[in-house]
Structures are given as C-alpha cells and as structure tokens.
Design a protein around this ligand. Sequence first.
Ligand code: GLU
Length: 491
Amino acid sequence: MQNTVRTRYAPSPTGYMHIGNAKAALNEYLTAKSQGGAFLLRIEDTDQKREIAGAVDVIYKTLEILGIKHDEGPDIGGGCGPYVQSERNAKGIYIDAALELVQKGKAYYCFCSRERLETLVREGTQDAVSYDRHCLGLPERDIDERIAAGEPYVIRQIIPEGKTTFTDEIFGAITVNNSELDDQVLIKSDGFPTYNFANVVDDNAMMITHVVRGTEYLSSTPKYNLLYEAFDWKIPKYIHVPMILNEEGKKYSKRSGAPSIEDMVNEGYLPEAIINFIALLGWSPADNREFFTLKELEEHFSISGLSKSPSVVDMRKLQWMNAEYFKRMDFERFYAMSAPIIENALSGAKLSFDTHKLAQAVQSRVTFLNEVPEMLDFLPALPNYDITLYENKKQKTDVSIALSALEKSIQALTGIPAAGWQNDRLYAALQNLAAENGLKNSQILWPVRIALSGKLSTPVGATELLELLGKDESLVRITTGIESLRKGNAS
Ligand code: GLU
C-alpha cells in the first residue's frame, strides 16, 4: 500500500473542459495507471466567488465521455463521487490543519484590513505580494478578544528564512530565496482555505505520490514545499508539464477559442481519437508509435516521454486521426453509427439502396459522419451538372473522348443481364472495352462515373456506382450524359 502510486486530477470547476484540461486529467490518470496506481478526482472549488452552477457535472460528463474513471471517493450512493473541497471545508479539515500550524508556531492570525494592505502597497513601503508581518507576535489574549468580537481575520504562514529547493521530474532542481516569498494566506476571511493551502492539505490527506500539473504552477511550488516542511509531511514527486498552445502560439484556452470536449464530440470527433491525440501532445512514446487506445496508453505511458517544451494543438492532425479511427473501426460499430444518417439522407428517394454497401463505401472516406449526406446526395436523383466535368487532363479525357466512351459503354453494359450486375463483372467489362478500343481504363471509368453522379468526387468508383444504382438507373444516367455531351458538342 505504501509504495502505491496515487495521483489526482484536481480541477477548479470553470464550467468548461477543453483539450488542455483533458490533457491534465489524462497525464494524472496515465501516471497512476502505467504504474498500477490509483487515480483520484478532486474538485477544487474553494474560490466561492468563482462558483459556476453545473460546472462539476461538466467535469464528470467529460471524463465519462473520454473513459477516464477515477478510483475512489466519498460514497454518493451507488458509486464513488469526487472529493469536493467545499464539502471538506464544511467538515473543518482546512481550518484544523491551519490551527495545527498556528500551534506549532508556523502560522499566525492576521487582522489587517484590506484598506491597510492597500495603503501599504500604495505608499510603496511594500510591493503587492509581501506582507509586513504587522500581526506576527500579537499577544494571545488580544487575538482571542478580537476573534470573540467577530473581527475578520486570515491565517498566514510564517515563511522561514533561507532558501527552498525542490526537484521537478522534468525540470530538475529549482532553488528560490525565501525572501521572495510572501507570508501566504492559508485561511481567508470568508473561512475558506486558499487554493494553495487546500491543495497541499488534500494531497497529503489523499496520500498523493505524484503531482502532475502545468508549468504555471512551478513558481508556487516552493510555497507548497514550505507547507509540507512546516507540517513535516512527505513531499510528493512533482512533474510540471509544459503548456499547450493553439495554432497561433497562444495558450490553448477558452478565451482563445478552444472548443469544449463535449462540443467536439457533438461535432463528430470520436472520443478515442481525442484521447489518442491528446496523449501525443507533449509526450512521445519510446517507439514513435502513433495509435493507442486508452488501455494501450495505460501500458505504454511513461513520465520520461514527457517533453520540456510546449506543444501545439494541430486540429488538422486531429481530423486526420478521426478519419483514421473511422477507417479502423469495426464495421458493425460503424454501421450502427452511420446507418441512421445514410437512411435519413436517402429517405424519399424513389430508388432503394443497400445501406450496408453504402456504409462500406463511406467508411474509409469520412472525417466526420456529418459529411455522409453530402457524399451520397447524388444517389436519390442525378443532379444537373456541367459537361466540363468530363474534362480531366490527368485521366486523359475530354468531352469528345467522354462522349465516345459513354456511347461504347452503354452498348457493353446493356448486354450484361441485371442478374449479373455486380462490381467485378462490370469492372471486367469496362476494362475489356478500354483494351479493345486502345483506351486507358480511366478514359472509360472517369466519364462513366461523372455520368452516374454528376460530381467530381464520389465515395466509390464507377463500377461500384453502377452496382449501387442498378442496371436501369445506370443506363438512364449514362444516356442523359450522352445527350448532354451531344448537345454540348453541337453548340
Ligand atoms: N486546481 C488546479 C487547476 O485547476 C490544479 C492544480 C494542481 O494540479 O495542483 O489548475
């Protein structure tokens, strides 16, 4: 039990979780799971001014979408909830810890009013961060009377003289002069602990062994250390990970336009693609492998692969990954996801189509499922199209080659019975036709595909389209193509 790795994701609820926040959770989760440890969830909501309704649900929901499960927490009836600091505060956990330090002579009551502190700053006697210890050494009786009289107070830590050194697993040993540190407030005048204090008290109470967080916390870490020392508690391992930036090089944040994970999933990103993508932000696997499920990450993750420099969220890479995840998806699952969209896109069509075949046709081409209706829009009815679509240098076709190709094709295709109207046979027929006429395959297939779809890009090639549309409809569409090419040529 003693050596078990224990980590926590400790979000301050903001009502929003984007890739950067999910990355923080994933780092903590993988640090624990890769070492057979426990992962905890702790809501750091001690800043009552910033309380946002529903914010905890957002955290819960997002972690659930991503499949990141926490291991323990208070019983909430039928499961374990997260640890919530406001609830722990109500139990007196933080004030008791602060009073322990007062008793040890390592913290003190401070009754200075906001006005006094502001005057200190204004008069330039103090800078904005350091308190002049005006209340250090107040007689005990004085303190008791002022508290009994209801005077507001805070509790501050006495920062000792000297230097503080801490070791970060990524950045190595860092030393600061304690003179740069303020007698930090532990308990605020509203009775709530400060963020820094509650964080340390809880990391100790929850026996956290590894603290993984952003480099923005590096500068506060000496203060955390001094708290551990004041209590005589064991200091956890610190792992500060560099920032995540957006494509403009700014901090990835809601303010700079980062979408929430929930919105991304609603837009069509697959949770497993998101997890894979964020795992690779600022972390390189030993073998440069690119695809990982969450389970595989649990096996392969190691702190040593974490980078020292910031990483950039490249949305195109995520889109590519999303498409890859669709391609690699088990067909049954893809079918279950795409069939309703396909059926809806084709509802009202006079022809009937094989949803199964269509799902197979689009599976390897989608980045998002909402592209499917547009991919299939030519199926219910042939759209109007311009005959310039038949011109394609790369495929070596132009309108006159296309016209003769379609005229020849229709003859060849008419001879194939409806019962034999299958891709293989159709392909062989058109290939023969090309060979017999000294044409490249593309000089037949390109015009046929345009005639069948009226579009430059289709989810499948000419002969698969022939099969999907069936013999009658295919011949009608090719005839339409021939007619428009003839008209076009005549004009
Ligand atoms: N509550 C802090 C945050 O939301 C957590 C920092 C930490 O992990 O210690 O950033």
